[in-house]
Design a protein around this ligand. Structure first.
Ligand code: NDP
Length: 490
């Protein structure tokens, strides 16, 4: 039987980077079968041994950081420096997941309360079995590793389907894992197009799907998962807002804003797309921003647009924004595929696609607001709710605004800083998805709580879960409950 293959291309040059099998549904199901066997073995290893293996894998990845960064540069187009930074972050998460799994998920005693005085209770989080991870191309290591590392640390086996644009890096991640865990196929990569991902999501032996990608695809994956009642984590797109308050450090805000919006050519799910600046800070901020933007160049400071089809979306957003607003940097001619130079447009109506839809390009819209409250209200009108940023010198005020921002994560006086803190959960609300990767929540996402209550002794005179229960026993219970819970506090 001949296996069909597909090529991954360098988005800057069009050169073939590698050729990979299009895994058929049968091949995916075979991989899931191997993963089932591996999952039982891996779960039985226990926390301490898994931690040792995962820390070893971390060391192997770290030793290959230059090779992996070069491959990522070729497949995704991002500068080698940015690829290296991404790998460093992924390694940090792997380290945290390995070191914290036992503490977060391990068996512990829990308080049984007065009524359960005669019981001992324990709680632990057990592995699910096989986890299917479907990843995107924009952060082809950091993003899937946010699921893979946490799922493995929780004791699951993983079958990973990388994006068809970045299959090579996905294959290497699993190959290198085998250096630390050669016994069973605990972590496998299956390459292919959308159908391969669909086969993975539709396999009933996959106990959870961790999907990262667009909201539209998340809905299709969720529909496939519904057939088997397979739960999913959906990490989808965003339209993140950046708020500059009146007292902000404007140079620092402009610097962070530009990097948050333009690095990785704007192809960042938590990238800055909408900027709201309080009136008093507006002119100063724009001076700082446009001065810096003028020195930025696509192809030098950041790479090409990775997915050819996205160029049309970016162009449509820019064209509409330029027509309706005031261009301060770039414009329609900034698009010279596969590169897009920085584009900044002011006063774009809030119903324009450039403000409503995810652009995923190096573009921002900027709007002047009366005060921070108005900025927050506008920020919160998006259907998305992934990340966001607040710049203000008043820490209390900034924290208050951050808490009220409708998003999963908010950075204050920095951009995207939450993604580098492994103990913080990462995920969104609304069209940005649900469920969490990273942190203790990210570990629990890939485990099922197991609750055990053990009776230590029979409660004298209060045998209430029995058909032999006497009325006096119930009466004693009512008196106890009234004593414990029956007093009103005004
Ligand atoms: P897509 O939704 O196009 O694809 C995501 C993954 O799903 C790919 O591996 C893709 O495979 C696969 N896929 C496609 N169709 C199906 C299907 N029917 N069943 C199962 N799997 C399928 O997203 P992109 O790769 O274009 O990634 C960009 C998007 O990801 C943006 O919206 C971005 O915001 C979001 N994102 C979110 C992050 C987060 O953490 N919240 C982080 C990074 C990105 P193939 O590539 O082979 O088609």
């Amino acid at each position: 039987m001949t296996t069909l293959t597909f090529d991954s291309l360098n988005p800057a040059t069009g050169a073939v980077v590698g050729s990979h099998p299009k895994a058929t549904p049968e091949a995916v199901h075979e991989a899931v079968g191997r993963a089932e066997t591996a999952a039982a073995w891996w779960a039985a290893l226990g926390h301490a041994e898994r931690r040792r293996r995962l820390l070893d894998y971390k060391a192997v990845l770290t030793q290959h950081i230059r090779e992996l960064a070069a491959l990522m540069h070729e497949e995704n187009g991002k500068p080698v420096g940015d690829a290296t930074l991404e790998l460093v972050l992924a390694v940090t998460h792997l380290d945290w997941a390995a070191r914290n799994a036992a503490k977060v998920l391990g068996r512990r005693r829990v308080n049984t309360g007065m009524i359960g005085l005669n019981l001992a209770a324990t709680l632990e989080y057990l592995p699910l079995g096989v986890v299917g991870v479907i990843g995107p191309w924009n952060y082809p290591v950091f993003t899937p590793m946010g699921s893979i590392a946490y799922a493995l640390a929780a004791g699951n086996a993983v079958v990973f389907k990388p994006s068809e644009l970045t299959p090579g890096i996905g294959v290497r991640l699993a190959e290198l894992f085998r250096e630390s865990v050669p016994e069973h196929e605990v972590f496998q990569t299956v390459t292919g197009l959308g159908e391969t991902g669909a086969a993975l999501a539709g396999d009933p032996r996959v106990k959870k799907v961790a999907f990262t990608g667009s909201t539209a695809t998340a809905k299709r994956v969720m529909a496939a998962c519904a057939e088997n009642l397979t739960p999913i984590v959906a990490e989808c797109g965003g339209k993140d807002a950046f708020i500059v308050d009146a007292d902000a450090d404007l140079a620092a805000a402009a610097d962070a804003c530009l990097w948050g919006a333009m690095s990785n050519a704007g192809q960042t799910c938590v990238g800055v797309e909408r900027v709201y600046v309080v009136d008093a800070a507006y002119d100063g901020f724009m001076r700082e921003l446009t001065g810096r933007a003028a020195r930025l160049k696509a192809g030098e400071d950041y790479g090409p647009i990775t997915m050819p089809g996205q160029v049309d979306v970016i162009k449509r957003h820019i064209d509409e924004a330029v027509k309706a607003g005031r261009t301060v940097t770039g414009g329609s001619d900034a698009v010279r595929a596969p590169y897009v130079d920085p584009v900044i447009v002011e006063d774009v109506p809030e119903d324009s696609p450039a403000v409503r839809e995810e652009t995923f390009g190096p573009t921002i819209t900027v709007r002047r607001t009366r005060d921070a409250q108005e900025a927050l209200e506008l920020a919160n009108t998006s259907a998305y709710g992934l990340g966001g940023t607040i710049f203000s010198r008043n820490a209390r005020r900034a924290t208050e605004l951050a808490r009220l921002m409708r998003s999963g994560m908010t950075a204050i006086n920095s951009v995207i800083s939450f993604a580098g803190v492994p103990s913080l959960p990462f995920g969104g609300v609304g069209d940005s998805g649900f469920g969490r990767i990273h942190g203790a929540d990210g570990l629990r996402e890939f485990a099922r709580p197991k609750a055990i209550s053990r009776q230590r002794f029979a409660m004298p005179g209060m045998n209430i879960t029995s058909f032999t229960r006497a009325p006096a026993e119930l009466e004693r219970l009512v008196r106890l409950v009234t004593f414990l819970h029956g007093r009103r506090k005004r």
